[in-house]
Design a protein around this ligand. Structure first.
Ligand code: GLU
Length: 444
């Protein structure tokens, strides 16, 4: 069977860097499999069973963000359209005596947990509901109580060979029977996810380490429902420097990064490599990341997500980006301009600033002596056509006529011509400005 993976976000908010890492790693695995000729399918599964919290606008936003990142999916499933499948699966469990009704209220369960904690015992459900007689159940229902349903865990030890964590063991006797159906009959994630993985043929479940205990119960659930148990890979969690992040780039959701001018491949380059033995590098395309993908490279320690590293990658990428890749976002700007300024940008938005500097008006605070000097340089301007050698030729012609040298010489020129004390190399800007504008700006 060709490997099939899924990314399964709940549409209760925007994608953040943690979700995106899960999406990306699943995608890279699937595409790696295709590259080596083994097939490989990436399913986008929208976990929207919770009607109260799920919103269509978040589903649309998730799809848009994945497209922006370049993470295309081969198929899509929505849990809200599969309730009948979950009902049938629950029925099957009930028929096999693996699903039982429980009538405890949340408050009663809370009291039980506190009592256990008081005795220094773990908060494991006591299975009292298993001992209820039909009469007692009827009484509860007559009193208006609706049951929720729990999965009866088997006693056997749970083991799987995790592709990142290695052999992982759980004692089922140390866990609570998980609730699979809520009081209102809605299946919870634990069940829905297993039914989908099983019926949609998921071969590898790749997700964060926070799901390890879910996996333990789900392993028994796949078996109880006669599904093949997929392989698992649990990634160590992402450690973010929250404070710094929200301050500098407006939060760790992917939209905020996009709005702050971060390129999708900066996000992908960072998230594909942090927490692995490969060095973080700036990639212009996803393909080389997919080619080199290997679970063996993933470490067990939390992966450090550092926004300063993201900004550095973003800068490196900007400096290499061909015009075609940014054209759509640079309304009215041309390739010569882009190639002249890209090496100096921190964000794409700065390209617009330089365009405005070259084409709009600039002002510089220069004293009388500097203005006199600037005017004297006009007659030294080389004749057209101008190119990248013009600046040096001009400076060489000015030098013998002035005492100024180094910064004293070129800073008034830069200030008068751009209004800025720093920026792209003047030899690149000068031909972009052209003779007429240069003369006009030197006459301040
Ligand atoms: N909807 C779940 C989540 O966002 C999916 C977890 C999984 O990959 O199974 O945590």
């Amino acid at each position: 069977m060709p490997p099939k993976v899924r990314f399964a976000p709940s549409p209760t908010g925007y994608l953040h860097v943690g979700n995106v890492r899960a999406a990306l790693v699943n995608w890279l695995f699937a595409r790696h499999q295709s590259i080596i000729g083994a097939g490989g399918h990436f399913l986008l599964r929208i976990d929207d069973t919770d009607a109260g919290r799920s919103k269509a606008e978040y589903t649309a936003a998730i799809e848009e963000d994945l497209r922006w990142l370049g993470l295309d999916w081969d198929s899509e499933a929505h849990q809200s359209q599969r309730f009948e499948r979950y009902r049938i699966a629950a029925e099957k469990l009930r028929a096999a005596s693996r699903l039982y009704p429980c009538y405890e209220t949340p408050e009663e369960l809370d009291v039980q947990r506190k009592m256990l904690a008081g005795r220094g015992q773990p908060p494991i459900y006591n299975r009292a509901a298993l001992k209820l007689t039909d009469e007692q159940k009827k009484k509860y229902e007559a009193a208006g109580r609706k049951p929720h349903y729990r999965f009866l865990l088997g006693d056997e030890e749970i083991t799987w060979d995790d592709l990142i964590r290695g052999t992982t063991h759980f004692k089922a006797t140390h866990m609570s029977d998980p609730v699979l159906l809520r009081e209102d009959g809605v299946p919870v994630y634990t069940l829905a996810s297993v039914v989908d993985d099983g019926e949609l043929g998921i071969t590898h479940v790749i997700r964060g380490e926070d799901h390890v205990s879910n996996t333990a119960v789900q392993v028994q659930l796949y078996k109880a429902l006669d599904f093949a148990v997929p392989q698992f890979a649990h990634m160590a969690l992402l450690k973010t420097k929250e404070g710094e992040l929200s301050k500098r780039l407006g939060g760790n959701d992917i939209r905020a990064l996009r709005e702050a001018g971060i390129l999708p491949m900066a996000v992908n380059s960072l998230l594909a490599r942090i927490g692995t033995s490969d060095a973080v590098e700036a990639f212009l395309e996803l393909r080389p990341l997919a080619e080199g993908f290997d679970f063996k490279k993933f470490g067990r320690a939390p992966a450090n997500y550092d926004v300063a590293e993201l900004e550095k990658l973003n800068e490196k990428l900007l400096h290499q980006l061909p015009f075609a890749a940014v054209k759509d976002r640079l309304a009215g700007m041309d390739e010569t301009f882009w190639l002249s300024v890209r090496g100096n940008l921190k964000t794409l938005a700065e390209a617009q600033q330089w365009w405005d500097i070259l084409h709009g008006d600039v002002s510089a605070d220069l004293n009388h002596e500097e203005r006199t000097f600037l005017r004297s340089t006009i007659e030294k301007l080389p004749p057209a056509p101008w190119n990248e050698t013009t600046w040096d030729a001009w400076i060489a012609a000015i030098k013998p006529t002035t005492q100024r040298k180094g910064k004293e010489l070129f800073m008034p020129l830069r200030l008068a011509l751009t209004g800025q004390g720093h920026g792209p190399e003047m030899k690149k800007l000068l031909p972009l400005l052209g003779h007429e504008k240069v003369v006009e700006r030197l006459k301040i």
